[in-house]
Design a binder for this molecule. Structure first.
Ligand code: NOJ
Length: 695
């Protein structure tokens, strides 16, 4: 390869910046975000037939939760506590995307997020490293399959390395600053799990971590990723992040930016063309070695070979063929089941849900009932809002003979006072005529996702007023929340009898919601993230350290707020069902273990109600005394079970010594002897309790 051809392989551009001449000269190794499958095929054809070395282009796209069939957001899916469901979603998304000509997805997003103000919280698995690691690995397996060379699979990309979710103040792109202990114990495990699952690429984070922007972080890219974890794939920058080194103020010129990023280990440059323009001079001046360029090129070519791109460079199908692969009954059913398993029942006073199908008048109120676009979220692949089954569509189909009174009430935001007042009055009138009011409230897709940070997480616009007015109308109210950020809904939590968190529910949100509302599916999802009472409590997460003065309402001198009760509004791992469960018979295979052995834990879960339902058994531990303060609880394992009325099942977990260790601030992994508490239950509070010893 000539030097120019090598530099081409480390360059990723968007199609509008790419000319046929550049492709012929081998100056573009990868193209991102081109969903015009005819154009994809045409550009690939130029690369294959007219470039000197016939190296195929790697087309990449953000296939985050679906390509044409849009599944629930990753945050929602994490709430399923069902990694197999997540794996299946990723496999289906990969198959749809490959028919569109894509072979690389910029997913999974595995950033731990403990600040619900951060808009990108919706793209990841929430606050917990063990749940996050399980969901990361599942997505890698699903996207990549067991044989990457199968053209229906995609190369996965774990992002954003690292600690992007810890942006200060929840403001996107902001600085993250944290101890090594926290980085390694909380933020890195999902990345490590993705690498262990064989992820083919890693994307660096925009943010600086302890003053070092992601693209030039040698500690992460060299020490951790390559030396410790043995990662063999390639690293891509985030969009323009090489250029942004100058804005961060760590490079004084484009050449310096490229030198920093490339020599630190960022193999491919996304979008800004900085490698293309600046590597020739840097190589000439020997400020970058040819060996380093060869290393990056080899990693990228290896990925192209492993993807089978040289054998099957064209995966984009014509429109007629593609239509038989997209939005099929199978993908739609999968999206519907995924949403049913992800939704979280937050409240169900007096068993208001499930509703009877013999209702004859219902009011459907709120700005989101008829929306096809908002449930798809900020990343919706190549999805089309017209393909969404909305809440209203499905209610009409489910209750063909009922009177359905539809009132938008207010917009998600932006209504003038007078319009809001009039809309609320109409909604209240509708509620008064109905036997039950179903309210769809929450956020528009644009209110979360990248650049979607919010300083206030209350229901936006006049939605809270609408909600309160409708509740005061005196009819039973079911609140369907449709949102990217976890919201602060304290009033609703005390006054609305039934609240179902649907998140950004995807193309089948309406069908799933109707199944849940009428009891054709049982809500079994759990919160993958704590829901705060107010933004003043943020950051808030269940696995915090104890402090020397743990929060207690009985004393002022404890770690709490004077003006709030302790804890979040709804805790991590929480979620109701239409049935009830009991945990009993907690047993351990031994009272103690050594760091290199394991212990078996078993308990019985019984469905004590009258309906079939799902519960998630969650195993938490805490080390009582160690050389560093330890979290008050840490999730170590979970298992979602489906039980018939009266049925019991034994859940079993194998806890290994290494799951009990922690990283210290000198990057040493320690498993320390001592007493551990263990809880087994169905949320991050309570549960059956016992202790064991590590010797
Ligand atoms: C910027 C985002 O941070 C990243 O997640 C995404 O993959 C790229 N843009 C490409 O769209």
């Amino acid at each position: 390869m000539t030097t120019q051809e090598k530099i081409g392989q480390v360059t990723q551009l968007i199609a509008p910046d790419t000319t046929p001449e550049m492709i012929r000269k081998g100056e573009v190794g990868s193209i991102l975000s081109d969903t015009d499958s005819k154009q994809v095929a045409r550009l690939q054809h130029i690369a294959i037939t007219q470039s000197r070395l016939h190296i195929p282009i790697l087309f990449g796209f953000d296939v985050i939760h679906g390509y044409r069939t849009i599944f629930p957001s990753p945050l929602a899916m994490a709430g399923s506590f069902d990694p197999r469901l997540e794996e299946n979603e990723a496999a289906m998304a990969a198959a749809e995307a490959s028919v569109g000509g894509q072979r690389w997805t910029f997913a999974p997003m595995v950033d731990i997020a403990r600040d619900p103000r951060w808009g990108r919280i919706t793209e990841g698995a929430g606050e917990d490293p063990v749940l996050g690691a399980a969901m990361a690995a599942a997505q890698v397996r699903g996207f990549q399959g067991s044989n990457l060379a199968d053209p229906h699979h995609l190369l996965a990309c774990a992002k954003h390395f690292a600690a992007y979710g810890a942006a200060e103040g929840g403001r996107d792109y902001n600085t993250a600053d944290m101890s090594l202990e926290r980085l390694r114990n909380v933020y890195l495990p999902p990345f490590h799990a993705a690498v262990e699952a064989g992820v083919g690429s890693i994307m660096t984070a925009f943010n600086d971590l302890n003053g070092v922007p992601g693209v030039e972080d040698r500690l992460l890219l060299q020490e951790v990723l390559r030396r410790e974890w043995g990662f063999r794939g390639f690293v891509v920058s985030d969009y323009d992040a090489v250029q942004e080194l100058m804005v961060h103020g760590v490079a004084g010129s484009p050449q310096q930016a490229v030198q920093e990023a490339f020599s630190a280990g960022t193999d491919m440059d996304m979008h800004d063309g900085f490698y293309l323009k600046n590597l020739p001079a840097l190589l000439e001046a020997k400020r970058i070695s040819m060996a380093r360029l060869d290393e990056a090129v080899r990693r990228i070519l290896r990925a192209k070979i492993e993807l089978g791109l040289f054998d099957h460079p064209y995966t984009a199908a014509d429109a007629a063929t593609a239509a038989t692969h997209w939005l099929t009954p199978a993908t739609r059913t999968a999206a519907r089941v995924a949403e049913e398993r992800s939704a979280v029942l937050l409240r169900n006073a007096n068993g208001l849900l499930p509703l009877s199908k013999s209702l004859d008048t219902i009011a459907v109120i709120g700005p989101l009932a008829e929306s096809g676009s908002e449930p798809l979220g900020h990343w919706y692949g190549d999805g089309d809002p017209k393909d969404t089954v909305t809440i209203l569509d499905s209610l009409r189909r489910r209750l063909p003979n009922a009177h359905i009174l539809v009132q938008r009430g207010v917009a998600v935001e932006g209504d003038a006072e007078a319009d809001a007042r009039a809309g609320i009055a109409r909604a209240v009138a509708a509620a008064r005529q109905a036997q039950v009011a179903i309210l769809t409230l929450g956020e528009s897709a644009e209110m979360s996702g990248e650049g979607g940070s919010r300083s206030c997480l209350d229901l936006s616009g006049h939605q809270e007023q609408l909600l309160e007015a409708v509740v005061k109308a005196g009819k039973p109210v079911v609140l369907l929340l449709m949102n990217g950020h976890p919201l602060t809904i304290s009033w609703a939590a005390h006054h609305v009898p039934a609240i179902l968190e649907l998140w950004e529910g995807g193309s089948e949100v309406g069908n799933a919601a109707a199944d849940l509302l009428f009891g054709e599916a049982d809500p079994g999802g759990k919160l993958p993230v704590s829901m705060p009472r107010t933004v003043g409590q943020i950051p808030i997460y269940y696995d915090h350290l104890n402090t020397g003065r743990p929060g207690a309402m009985t004393t002022r001198y404890s770690s709490r707020y004077l003006d709030l009760p302790l804890g979040p509004l709804y805790r991590f791992g929480y979620g109701l069902s239409y049935t009830t469960f009991r945990f009993s018979n907690l047993t351990l295979s031994a009272p103690s273990m050594s760091p290199d052995s394991s212990i078996e834990i078993a308990a019985t879960v019984t469905n004590t109600g009258h309906r079939v339902g799902d519960d998630v058994a969650q195993l938490y531990i805490r080390q009582r005394v160690a050389t560093m303060s330890q979290p008050v609880r840490e999730l170590k394992a979970f298992d979602r079970v489906t039980l018939q009325p009266g049925q019991s099942r034994t859940v079993r977990f194998n806890l290994k010594g290494h799951q009990l260790g922690f990283w210290d601030n000198a990057s040493r992994f320690r498993i320390e002897p001592g007493t551990f508490d263990l809880w087994l239950g169905d949320s991050s509070a309570g549960g059956l309790h016992t202790t064991f010893l590590v010797k």
